[in-house]
Design a protein. Structure first.
Length: 245
């Protein structure tokens, strides 16, 4: 029964954009209306260390989509604000949204280990606040786009981190499924492309060579969560071979 509920949630998330599956120019994406979240919570002192919460109407308990925004792990793009259109849309479909902001690689405290510690802390905060917002922790899915896709699959696998790692926590919250939208699962195989897309220096800050085994999902033990990697055949930045890798 729980597996059926998870698959139903995955289907709902994918169907939410099925009517607009044609290629979208960046300018059109930027122009989308982005409603304010129902509320926001903070898990750290920095402005980016916050979570946008979108709540459906009704008493719940609501299934939850944990969103992780992309943008090359860099401050060159906006943060969690870029996914507010999706948060509002999913809430209208009865799915609560927990949309995570985090310190990017090229800002103070970001990169390794800060970016990953932020993702973990924001996800674990969901467990603490679930009852207050009538959230169903048995029906949760991670959804990340681009750089956020990498972070979503990493978060689904972080239970397998070695105990000596500064990214390890004793009892991480583990969502039941993860969806990576144009995300990178193998940082080593994609390493030559990252400077072209994201600029020099980002990868070294995010994934120092001696720490690659802690931050590249392809190296970590396989997650227990059902994991889906979605690639667009017309995606010039992260084409389908990246998901196959």
């Amino acid at each position: 029964m729980r597996r059926c509920a998870t698959l139903a949630l995955l289907t709902s998330l994918m169907d939410s954009t099925a009517s607009a599956a044609d290629p979208v120019e960046l300018s059109a994406f930027i122009a989308l209306a982005r409603p304010e979240p129902t509320l926001q919570v903070r898990y750290g002192a920095e402005p980016v260390q916050g979570v946008d919460i979108f709540l459906p109407t009704g008493p719940g308990p609501h299934p939850v989509a944990i969103l992780i925004h992309g943008g090359c792990w860099s401050t060159a793009t906006s943060g969690r604000e870029q996914l507010r259109h999706l948060g509002a849309d999913l809430a209208e479909r009865g799915i609560a949204v927990w949309s995570v902001g985090y310190r990017r690689a090229n800002e103070a405290g970001g990169g390794y280990p800060g970016t990953f510690q932020d993702i973990g802390a924001a996800i674990d905060r969901l467990r603490d606040d679930a009852s207050a917002y009538h959230l169903d922790l048995s029906r949760t899915v991670l959804v990340g786009h681009s750089a956020g896709g990498h972070l979503a699959v990493w978060a689904a696998a972080r239970k397998g981190l070695p105990t000596a790692s500064p990214l390890h926590v004793s009892s991480p919250f583990m969502p039941r499924a993860a969806i990576s939208l144009a995300g990178v699962g193998d940082l080593k195989s994609f390493a030559k492309s990252i400077p072209l897309h994201c600029g020099n220096g980002i990868l070294k800050i995010l994934a120092p060579p001696d720490r690659l085994a802690e931050v590249s999902p392809a190296v970590l033990p396989a997650p227990d969560a059902t994991t889906v990697m979605v690639s667009g055949v017309l995606d010039r930045l992260v084409p389908p071979y990246v998901a196959r890798d």
